[in-house]
Write a protein that binds this ligand. Sequence first.
Ligand code: SF4
Length: 381
Amino acid sequence: MTQNPLDTMREQIETAASLAKCHKCGCFQQTTEALAHTEPGKQELSGLLERARSTFVEKQYDCLGCAVCYPAIAANVFAEAYPEQSESLDLCPTAMPEERPGWPPLPGEYQVARYAAPVAVVTLNSEALAEQLKGKQPEGMAVVGPMHTENLGIERVIQNILANPNIRFLLVCGEDTQQAVGHLPGQSLESLFKYGIDDNMRIAKAQGKRPYLKNVTREQVQTFLEQVELVSSIGLTDIETITDQIRACAARNPGPFEKQIETRKIEVVRAQDAERFVADAAGFFVIYPDEKRGLLIVEHYTPTGVLDCIIEGKAPMAIYMEAIDRQLISRLDHAAYVGRELDRAYNALAAGEPYVQDRVPYPNEKTQSGGCGCDSSCSAA
Ligand code: SF4
């Protein structure tokens, strides 16, 4: 016997309401709200939807992409039972998250590798693949992350790529499985590149359930399509092959995209040669390696030249963290200097080479006159 659609919807909503993962999911929250505006939602299901609402906590993701999504099943059953009301049923979250300064402007599950690199990688529903690529950090990769939806997901990709003119390739890989909610982001992205958008901002010939781009303009979509070349490897999950594809794209990088419609640019600052060194009120350091014991030795002197502490250790980080914890450094430039000198001393010790503190390590850098890296006004000089 076929189950009454309302009973099926009740079962599915109750199941979602019993699961912590759904309480913070946009799918559950949006579907509950959307159903509450329908006739059954105002009548037979009103009590249930009110209880479902009471389980909501702050949204942590738009859609977790579960293989079985209970609110989506409820919404699909509703659409079949009440086709005349399903048109306006907004099943998925459609509001963009707030932009933030810097790049990428829209937050998401992705990981940034390098701003100046030319390849953005989308792994669709293969989250583990995105994690693997994050760990591997192939050369040429600017950013990597999954993409679960053909509306918000694609809009986010468009906005974040438009904000970085260095990105010239969009590599799409991973599984594009159509889950219960009906999203098909990979196929929709391919359709966007092949057929564009229609008058209603719907991605032409996209087979996903809601392929509407509501939070970007037509001009933004057009510019995005001009800025990046789509490299479609939907279904591909082999990390070595994907890495090769990223490298191949990077090898034919045409350079930054010039036609920018956004003013969001990351400032590039050319560092000036340091003109001055200022004495650290916390004192100064004398650094040297102890070859016999295989240790780095750091003597700390007060500004008047009185030794008050000796730190020894094998690793630069252990030593400078100890110095910081003991508040022996009060200036950032002094901290940078000590870190650099410790690194030089460490490398000299490891290579069995002599180390002289304050030797000019970079060709264009000014010579420092004091044992602490300060100018001649320093009491240590
Ligand atoms: S995708 Fe569906 S089943 Fe998964 S957490 Fe979200 S609402 Fe729950």
